[in-house]
Write a protein that binds this ligand. Structure first.
Ligand SMILES: *Cc1c(COP(=O)(O)O)cnc(C)c1O
Length: 364
């Protein structure tokens, strides 16, 4: 049967290498996974308790209207409930937005070295991806993005990961405001700020996106419970957008896209601010540790506002990745992101971080 070339050419997303697989292949007992930007503190006690209770109701379908989760998370984000909906992780929200706003022949616009899900979701919908280059600083170039919007009448969605994965770099409030102001009345375009790592940002000129959405009608914001809140395995992403956009997403999404355990866990997670603070603390201390060690070792890295850090191996990252595996440390190759000499490592707890640096010092 006929299948379009976009579908035939799809290369599946390559996730971080699993711990068990590495143990098996290399005959190792102790393996440290610093590959998937997961929360190294494990599941929070409040989430665990809530999940235990909710187990008794999994014979029931989930709440398709997200009644309780929406009410709690609307308060948490300080937005009105009609401006909020949820996806099976923000990954599904990316998919849904592309399905809603793009038709074959249209394009999405993002940056080179941007989070790869945008391109994969677009391709799956037979939608093209335009990418503008980054400079050596590996930051989104919003001026180039603005030019591309003016030059093309095919662009429907603009994806800006802030901070970006895998670079860890961010765009400032004044940069983003300038872009939004230039395209304020453009109703044919939607800007998507993907803020998966929002809670890890320490720089003061990082945009307050929830303030910006009040001013710009063609701006939406995505958040996730996968990172700082440690729910990567349960899949909850939040979309904050004008009511018209939310309405469309609610019509297109599968009614039970966020399962009942995930909904219960999300409510417990945002109610546990001690876990949030502990997560931030461990990541910030770990990042400072890596930046200091990299500086001592003369390893080039890009200062990160997220829970991971990108560094330059000075030789093919895939080789270094393999050598690190033998030492029981899993990092993330980023060749698929157009960064063949780099690796990305996720910040762990102090013991994991020390192991990672020890292994890197031996390998590099
Ligand atoms: C991890 C990540 C997400 C979150 O994905 P989920 O589907 O919510 O787990 C979104 N955007 C970026 C840039 C990410 O790195």
């Amino acid at each position: 049967m006929y299948v379009s070339k976009e579908i035939l050419n799809l290369v599946p997303y390559s996730p971080g290498k699993p711990v068990e697989e590495t143990q098996r292949e290399y005959g190792l007992e102790q393996v440290y996974k610093l590959a998937s930007n997961e929360n190294p503190l494990g599941v929070g006690a409040k989430v665990k308790e809530a999940l235990m209770r909710a187990i008794n109701d999994v014979n029931r379908y989930p709440d398709a209207s997200f009644y309780e989760m929406k009410s709690i998370l609307a308060k948490y984000y300080a937005v009105k409930e009609d401006r909020l909906t949820f996806g099976n992780g923000s990954n599904e929200l990316i998919d849904l937005l592309i399905r809603i706003y793009c038709e074959p022949g249209d394009s999405i616009l993002t940056s080179e070295h941007a989070f790869i899900a945008y391109k994969l979701c677009a391709q799956g919908a037979r939608v093209a991806t335009k990418e503008v280059p980054m400079g050596k600083d590996l930051r989104f170039n919003l001026e180039e993005i603005s030019k591309q919007i003016e030059e093309s009448n095919k662009v429907r969605l603009v994806f800006i990961a802030n901070p970006n994965n895998p670079t860890g770099t961010y765009v400032t409030e004044s940069e983003i405001e300038q872009l939004l102001a230039q395209h304020k009345d453009n109703e044919n375009i939607l800007f998507i700020l993907d803020e998966a790592y929002n809670e890890f940002v320490r720089e003061k000129d990082y945009p307050d996106s929830l303030k910006l959405i009040k001013k710009y009608n063609n701006l939406v914001v995505m958040r996730t419970l996968s990172k700082v809140y440690g729910l990567a395995g349960l899949r909850v992403g939040a979309l904050i957008a004008p009511p018209e956009v939310i309405d469309l997403v609610n019509r297109v999404r599968n009614p039970f896209n966020v399962n009942s355990l995930a909904q219960v866990a999300a409510i417990a997670a945002v109610s546990d601010q001690d876990y949030l603070k502990a997560s931030q603390k461990v990541i910030w201390e770990g990042l400072d540790f890596f930046m200091e060690e990299f500086s001592k070792m003369g390893v080039k890295y890009w200062p990160s506002q997220a829970n991971f850090i990108l560094f330059d191996c000075g030789r093919p990252g895939a080789e270094v990745f393999q050598e690190l595996l033998k030492k029981g440390v899993i990092m993330r190759p980023v060749t698929g992101y157009g960064l063949p000499h780099c690796l990305r490592l996720s910040v762990g707890v102090p013991e994991e971080n020390q192991r990672a640096i020890k292994a890197l010092a031996e390998v590099l």
